[in-house]
Each structure stands twice: as C-alpha cells, then as structure tokens.
Ligand binder design. Sequence first.
Ligand code: ADP
Length: 794
Amino acid sequence: MTAIAPEHRADFTARVRSAAAVLLITACAALVYGLGVLHPIDDALSQWRFRLLERPPSATLTVVEIDAESLRAAGGWPWGRDRFARVIDNLNGAGAKVVGLDVDFSAPSTTIADDALAASIRRWPGQVVLPTFDQQVGRGADRRQISTRPIEALAKEAVLASVNVPMDSDGRVRRYRHGFDTAAGVRPSMAATLLGRPPSVSDFLIDYGVDAAAIDRISFQDAYSGKFDPALVRDRHVLIGSTAVELGDQFATPKRGVLQGVYIHALAYESLRAGRALQSLGVPFLIACSALVALFLRPRTASGYAGSLRRHLLVGTASVGLPVALQAWMPISLDAGPVFVAQGLSLIWLVRNELQRRAQAVVQAREAHLVQLADHMRESRDNISVAHDKLAVANVALDRALKARTDFLAMTSHEIRTPLNGVMGMTQVILADQTLPDGLREKVRLVHASGETMAALVDDLLDVAKMESGTISIVKAPMDFRRLFDETLAVWSDKAQVKGLSLTGDRAAAPALIEEDAGRLRQILFNLLANAIKFTEAGEVSLSASVDNGPLGDQLVLTIADTGIGIAPDELERIFEPFTQVDDSRTRKYEGTGLGLAISRRLAVAMGGELSVDSQLGVGSRFAIKLPLRAAVATSETTAQPASLAAASVLLVESNPLARGVLRAALSDQVAALEIVESTAQAREAIALRGCDLLLVEGKALSVFERSAIEVLDEFAGTVRGAKIVVLWGGEAAEGLRLQEAGADLVVQKPIAASGLVERLKTVFTFHDLDEASPAHPRRNAQQPATRLKVGAL
Ligand code: ADP
C-alpha cells in the first residue's frame, strides 16, 4: 500500500468539507423555501417584476360591474333574475361573443324571474356561461367533492364554468386553474371557458403584469338600461361580476392589496389570452439552482477574496435580473428566494473563511515576530556571553595588572624604605655626636627631617597599595583611648600654636578603655588634625570625642572641626579619592599628596565605621569619624620585670649588617644592655649563656634552614624563660599575626623608622607607656600590646 502524502490528504479533506458545505447550504435553502419563509421575498420580487413588465389588457374582454351604484339604482340586493335576463339580452344584442356571469344562481327565486332568465339564455345558445362552485367539504374519510350549480332550469340552458379561485396557504391568490375535477368530469374554469380552452386541471400563475384597472368596464346599471358603448361589447367576451364592497367578493393578491373575484377571472383570461399563463419552475429546479449557486460561490483559494466577492456580485445580479428577463420573454416565473438563501449562506461561508484566514495570517505574523525576537534575544545573549568572556579575560588581566602595580608599589616602597632607614639611622648616629659643629648639625637635622617626610610618604603609598590589594590589616586590641586622645592633642598643640591657632579638645563623654587598632586610629586622627591646621589660617581647631547610642549600637564619635577655608559642596566626595586635592593651584600653597583622606576613609571603613565631612566654603569644615564601640577593662596581671625598656637587656638577631648598624645606633642609648648576633643559632647560645629581657629578632633570621618562622619562634618561646619576644616582620601582615599567636609579645611590621621602633619596644614593658609619635611622622603604623587587657563591657 502506498502512503498518501500529507498535502494530498489535506487537499482531499478540504474538498470533502467543501462538498459537504455545498450540500448543507442547498438543504437549508430547500428547507427554508419549503417552509414558506421566503414568500415575502418572492412576493416582493414578483410584484417588482409585474410592475416592471406591466402591459395593457387585450381589449377583447369587458367587465360589467355590479357596483355600488347599480345596487343603489336597483334598490338593494338580491335582484330578480329578470334583471340579468335583460342585461344578457342587451349585451348579446350589442354583439358580445360570450357573456359569463360570476353570480350565484343556485337558489331558486320566483318562477317568473327564473323563467325570464332561462328564456334569455335560450335566446343566445352557447353564448351565456353560468358559474358552478366546485369545492371539497368534510374532513378525513368524510371528505367529498360538492358542486354547487345554478338551478336546473338555468343550468340545462347555459354553458357551465367553475368560478373557484384557489388560494395559497397564506390566503393570497397567485394561481388559476384551467379546470376542476367534479363528479361529472373536468369542469373548465370561467377564463378557460370564455376562451374555449380544452378541459384540463393544470394550473398556472396569473400574470398580474396586466393592469386590471385598464380593462374596459361597464356598470351593470348602464348595461341594464342600454346606456353603454356597443364597441365595448361587440365581438368581445363579457364578464359580469360584483365589485361592490357589500357583496364581499374580494381576494388578496401578491400584487397590490385585494382584487374582486371578477377581475381575478379577467386577469386569468388576459394571461391565457396573451399566452402568458405563467409557469413557475418547479422546486427541484430551484434546489438545483441553489446547489449550482453554492458550488459556484464556494470559497476558492485560487481566486482570492476579491475574486469571490466579484462572483457574488455576478450571482446577485443574475438572480435578480434573470427572472425578469425570463418572465419578459417567456411565460415563466422564477422564484429567486432559494437562490438568495444559498448565496447568503455562501457569503457567510466566504466571510467566515476570510476572517479565519486573516486571523491565521495575524497569528503567523506574530509567531514570525516572536521567532525573530527569540533569535534577537539569542543573539544578544550570545553577544553578552562573548562580552562577558572578554570582560572576564580583561578582569583577569586587570587583576594581574593591579596586583603587579601593587606588588611593584609595595616592593619599591620597601626597597626605598630600607636605604632610607640607613640614611636616617646614620643621620641619627651623627646627630648623637655631641662634638658636631652647630652649622653641620643643622644641615644633618634637615637631612633627617626630609628623610622622615619621605618615609611618611612611602608609608602612605604602601598603605594605598595595601588597600587596593585588600591586604590592609586591622588588629584590634584593648587600648587607653583617653591617653591616645591627650597625647594626640599635645602633639598637635605646638603646630597649631606656631600658626597662631587655638587647638581645643573635649573627651569628657568618651570612654577610657576601648578595643581598637590604636595605630590606625592615631593615623586617622593625625591626618585629619594635620589637614585642619594646614587649611586654617585663623581661628580654632577642635577635637572632640563622644559616644552615640544609636540604633546601630554604641559608636565612638570623633569630630575634628576647623574655621579654615572650607570645601565647596561639589568637592565634598571627591576629596576622599586618592591623589585628589580641591584645587591644583592650592598645592603650591598647601603641601600634600592627596592621599591622607583616601587612606583615612578606607581605614575607618576597614575598622567597621565611617568618615564623613560637612563643610562650608570660607567658614570651615567638620570631619566626623564613627567607629563601633567595644569597651575593654584592665586586668591586674603584672608583667615580668624589668619594668621598662631602659632597664632591659636586649638581644638583637639581625643578619643584615647595614640594618645591624642602624639598629645599634637607635637602641644602644635606649636600653640597659644590647647584644647583637647574626643568627638564631648564636642567639640560642647567647640566651643559654647570659639570658636576656627582650629578644628582638628580625623575621628573615627566623626562617633559616627552610624551617618556618613559626616553628623557630615556637622553640624560642620555650627557651627564653620569661623574656619578651619582639619580631621585626617584613612579610605578610596575616603571617605576622600568626607569629604573635605562636608566642611573640609584639610583631612590629617593617618598614619602620628607628625612632618608631624604640617607641614600640617601650610598649612591651608597660601598657601605659604609649609611644609618642613625632609630628613629623603623622601616618606611621603603630601596634599596641595585645596581651595585657581583657575584652569586656565598659
Ligand atoms: P593632602 O592634604 O595631602 O592634600 P588629603 O587627602 O588629606 O590630601 O586632602 C585632600 C584635599 O582635601 C586637600 O588637598 C584639601 O584640598 C582638602 N581638605 C582636606 N581637609 C581639609 C580641611 N580641613 N579644610 C579644607 N580643605 C581640606
């Protein structure tokens, strides 16, 4: 078996559907026609056709009207039959061919009158037609045919014709019969009898196109009195019937209202006479026409919607025009109603299909649009993904570049720091020489101060590098806040005084002991105070500390306010960016690198707080630091003696000879005894022999022989017997912290100025002995001992 291709199957289905629709439409048209629903349409159309095809009567028939005047003249109804006898005589005497009477003579009247009429009829043999009424009576099985004839005396003399007028179901008279079946055989109708047509029971449609009003007429009264034009009678057929309303012989017609019975016969006569006894084309023909129309008008893809509409127009015109044409040339009446129904249904079918097609087209267009959109989205997604990949590559490259820059910055800073320490150490050694001439001393001091400024700058750069690489470390430890506050104020009072400014402080509302990174806190305060004094020419600078118990928890609030030059509103955020100064021209007047605020804000954030500014140009500025507040309490734990650095014996382990020289210069005057060794092995020996109060060991010396610094420190912790261990650490800050955990009392992050180192070392012996930072070193790193305080609530 061969498979049917899907397109053929679809084609076949469409054909079957189309055929089914044609059949359905035809059936509907037939049903509607059969139910008589279309009568009003067909009547309207046929009326229109009759009017269109109106024609004059044949002038071979005259109607004698028993009108209202005749009734009045005769003094009412019924009349004596002698009256009819006289009229028959008058008419036939005037040359009438045949006189037909549409008057009931079935009841006997007076014998004289009946005889007079019979005599008259006898005088004109074959020229007088009397009516019979042939009708069906009774119902069902009792149904029978009854013929009502004129009384016998008249019937036997006259020609008899049936005057039945059959009505359609709607009560209208459309048809006329040639004759009627009676018990005595087929009786011809009045019109057929007048024209002498052979007997038949077939019927036809009356041609109402003949104008009934144009048929010649004579009033019965005139015919009776002989006052009529004989030309209207000579060689003509004459029909006598009633037109007076009171006699009620009226019928509804499909044309204009009602028509008297006599005129129905007259029109039927005219139809037969002119050969226009109309025949309607039968129901099968109409159904066939409807089927053909439905078939012709079925929607076809090939011709399109416009083509189909053109076909509809054609069929519409034809179904109106064709019946007119047919009726004009032939005695045919065509009911176009079923065709109209078929066309109407076909139009609905066509419009429905067209709407469906358009809806489908819209859906398809939408679908195509959606597909396009989806393609677009896919393309965009691919582009994004490509861009994403490129971005990832760029990010990696950027990260690498940033790291390289940071590493470079850190390394360069470190490399600068080492020789700088040498310079500063040596200048310090030279300055310590009391025999130095004053002029030379001043110059050396200048070199030393410049070195310290440079060291501060390098420290700043190093901080920025650490911040950018995210390696900045905050080490929070219990600290004496008030002491830090007082000392900071003391340090900056001198500077302020030199500029003629007053520096005030208020810490009444501040806690004494807190847990914080003292070095970083000092760094921030120094930066802000340095700026306040630098950018204020007159007035005052104030530093205040308080506690804010806000919804975010307790916060330590530090405020630095000045009456200086102020900052423009649009600069307020920009100043926190690295290397930014409000006005470049100002850098000539105010020295600086543009790093201080950037570092301070990042530090404040790293400490869990914030740094903000509020300023007005020409009025002054107010910087506020808010830090989460954690209070600490002092313990009673005492330290091992000695009580201070000055009383301690120090063992220094340093492998770098240059560094050894610098450290020796820095420390020898500050401690009770200083022994310097080059390695941990020598250190262990020295401890075993002489012991020490403080072991100061350089980080690199710790990690010898591929052992980790922590391991070696562990060993030392076990052997130093209560001595303090301080590590000079140049590596990662995090590792420095681990060293502290492994037993170091203090880890000093390198690089650090010699003087700074001394200050740190002092803190190992007493917590209160906070180091004093030099105003020339405002931004250096400082660490606090972490072992003397316990963290707790205030
Ligand atoms: P530096 O002070 O080294 O230039 P900073 O980052 O500390 O760098 O400050 C950035 C800029 O912010 C300063 O150059 C100055 O223009 C402005 N600024 C900082 N503090 C103040 C202040 N208290 N009053 C006015 N301007 C200030």
